[in-house]
Design a binder for this molecule. Structure first.
Ligand code: ZN
Length: 465
């Protein structure tokens, strides 16, 4: 896979080509990397207004470093493959931002090239349009124009656990984040009339997956598509312009691997502290017998990191899950036919562990796949990292989720399951709907008036500040 790396040096030459690529999209996925997550207690507050205020503080004091965009084009019919173009915007705020040590360490651990970043990054001025930073043709204006161009396309936007990503994008390339959550929600509903889809919400509440972190879903679906269907996604080559764009941002050998999201790695999710994983010693014993790390398999996060003695390899985890599902199926049909459960020979870690009684205490052994899976370098699972690849994985996951509902077109699927943003530690999503009680923000209304006519924010004359 190759992605187009967008820098301050090539954004001017690339812009028309990027618009062409974006204009063909059936849907577009986003992901971001930023310089910090802010106060973790406040950004997880149960009261949504308190939470929004804390997230707003994060998005206005920390900065975006990477904006990943993947434009997915659906094949004309069932036999035609989908295609995707991946764009990696390397960006830096012109304002002062807090760089949290944990975020810096995380990026460094994942081979983020800081020198290259500061040399290449497109400088942007966050907040509202203003006369001093709307000079046409400057990298800042080009990237703001591109964002508004995406809005004018009126296609569904796909994110994964993306409320904070949307807030960063809004603050960085669109306008000052509204003070009130209701205003922000009203703006989003008006900015994305074709709908916003959060693939984490869909995985948890619609397709009901065992785990819903991005790398897990991506690898699971990639295996599923290879086994049951065909590799249906082709990737557009990176766009070359003069000066040529280095296409070196993904895996060195062009292989596809999975990654962990920044958010999951740097903070311990609240869900880890739930009774689910701390209660029931019996369950803990069962988990201990597994070769893979149960904590990691459920949340994409393990406090032991690379030092964990259990496997974090997604293929090992998915192989084990498939094996468990098969055995459960066999058990079920057995007990249905003769009312008894026969012993199932189950491989275990210790040879003297009794497996005479049919047991779900499985120790996974990798199943021989019928179809060769795309090659993977296991170590890269946890070292590889980029917003662009996360955006690509998010779009891929959405594409498979939508294919699981073949009776629904993309727009029907979005209508049924979209506009519900996943909220950490909450059982209900954030609904992105227009409400009769809350108005959109003044700045959004002013901007929309311009871009709905021009298809671009252009240079707005007569700006107040
Ligand atoms: Zn672990």
């Amino acid at each position: 896979m190759e992605a187009t790396r967008v820098t301050r040096f090539n954004i001017g030459a690339l812009s028309p080509r990027l618009r062409l690529e974006l204009s063909r999209a059936s849907f577009i996925s986003f992901d971001c990397e930023f310089t910090g997550l802010g106060d973790s207690a406040a950004t997880r507050a149960q009261d949504l207004r308190v939470r929004y205020a804390a997230l707003r503080t994060t998005a206005t004091t920390r900065g975006l470093v990477s904006f990943g965009v993947a434009a997915f084009q659906q094949g004309k019919d069932d036999s035609a493959d989908d295609s995707a173009a991946a764009l990696d915007f390397c960006v830096t705020s012109m304002g002062n931002v807090v760089f949290e040590p944990a975020a810096a360490a995380f990026l460094s651990d994942h081979n983020f090239d800081f020198n290259k970043h500061w040399k290449d990054a497109v400088p942007f001025k966050p907040g509202n349009d203003s006369s001093d930073h709307s000079l046409p043709g400057t990298p800042n204006q080009l990237i703001r124009d591109l964002f508004v161009y995406i809005l004018s396309l009126n296609v569904p936007i796909v994110i994964h656990n993306g409320l904070l990503d949307l807030m960063f994008i809004y603050q960085s390339f669109y306008a000052e984040l509204p003070e009130e959550l209701d205003t922000f929600v009203a703006d989003l509903a008006d900015m994305f009339p074709a709908g916003l889809v959060d693939t984490k919400f869909v995985a948890d509440y619609v397709t009901r997956e065992r785990a819903s972190f991005l790398g897990y879903l991506f690898r699971k679906y990639e295996r599923k598509m290879l086994k049951s269907y065909h590799p249906y996604l082709s990737l557009s080559p990176a766009i070359q312009v003069n000066p040529s764009v280095p296409a070196s941002i993904l895996l060195p050998n062009g292989q596809i691997s999975a990654t962990l999201s920044f958010k999951l790695l740097t903070k311990l999710p609240d869900t880890l502290k739930s009774k689910k994983t701390t209660k029931r010693t019996k369950q803990a014993e069962k988990d201990e017998k597994r070769l893979y790390c149960v904590q990691y398999a459920s949340h994409g996060y393990c406090p032991n990191g690379p030092a964990c003695h259990k496997s974090h390899d997604l293929d090992t985890i998915l192989d084990a899950e498939e094996l468990e599902a098969q055995l459960n199926q066999r058990k079920k049909s057995k007990s249905l036919t003769d009312g008894s459960i026969d012993p199932v020979t189950v491989p275990t870690t210790t040879s003297n562990t009794a497996s005479a009684t049919a047991s779900t205490e499985l120790t996974p052994i990798p199943i021989q796949s019928q179809t060769p899976l795309p090659p993977i370098t296991p170590s890269l699972f946890e070292t590889y990292h980029s917003a662009c690849f996360d955006a690509y994985m998010t779009g891929y996951v959405f594409s498979v989720q939508q294919r699981m509902h073949p009776s629904e077109s993309i727009s029907e699927f979005v209508k049924a399951h979209g506009n519900k943003l996943y909220l950490m530690g909450k059982d209900v999503p954030l609904h992105i709907v227009k409400s009769s009680f809350s108005r959109t923000s003044l700045e959004h209304r002013r901007k929309k008036k311009v871009w709905s006519v021009n298809g671009s924010s252009g240079t707005v004359s007569g700006i107040a500040k």
